[in-house]
Design a protein around this ligand. Sequence first.
Ligand code: 13P
Length: 249
Amino acid sequence: MRPLVFAANWKMHVGPPEAREYLRAFFAAGEIPHERAVWFFPPAVSLEAVAQNVAGHRNVVAGAQDIYWEAKGAFTGAISAPLAAQAGARMTLIGHSERRHVFGETDEQTGEKLAAALAANLQPVLCVGETLAQREAGETTAVVTRQLVAAFAGHSGKRHVTIAYEPVWAIGTGRNATPKDAAEVHRAIRGWLKGNAPAVVPFVILYGGSVNLKNAAELLAEHELDGVLVGGASLDPRGWAQLVRTAVA
Ligand code: 13P
């Protein structure tokens, strides 16, 4: 069986007591299968509760949903990579489409954040993806490449970076990319990384956007997908416990 990553992005849901209760219910289903990894991205206030409650469970880690690029200082409301690490984060999402499209984060800022994550030993999970208008205009590869170029500008060291391909039109809409569509973009990302960031190993590339119990098996049967990044369908602990056990052909 090939190794697969199941990443849960809780977005602005699940406070600390709810997180403890969630994990109790999630682990009641048993330890996760050997070759699978589960990454939880809770809101910052719940990070420590999640990190503490996944400790000791094999292949399960906590990560931040976002970080600020400065390490410390007068930046009210922001959370730096070292602070997230102190709370128990081992990784962090960078450039999630909601950061880009709701909060106006730029490509350049994702580059700053990627550098800050690496400096603090947080594994970055860089999110890329096109809008519906961009897809319909045939600009998908160009947009994703532009996002990769900006994020990786100036990084040549040997690093573990995960990429999450999350087409904006598929997030929270119930309309997932087909396995074939996702695979095509994953191949383009892999090709770009091989040519332009060969020291970034390994290339784990996740797909995100309306993944659920109904479509996970079909998506994961596509070998270009090394796992999934899931929003809505990760909020119910029992459903998520089932999803991470999806039988994959
Ligand atoms: P949904 O699974 O709710 O579509 O969200 C996807 C996502 O944005 C994960 O980061």
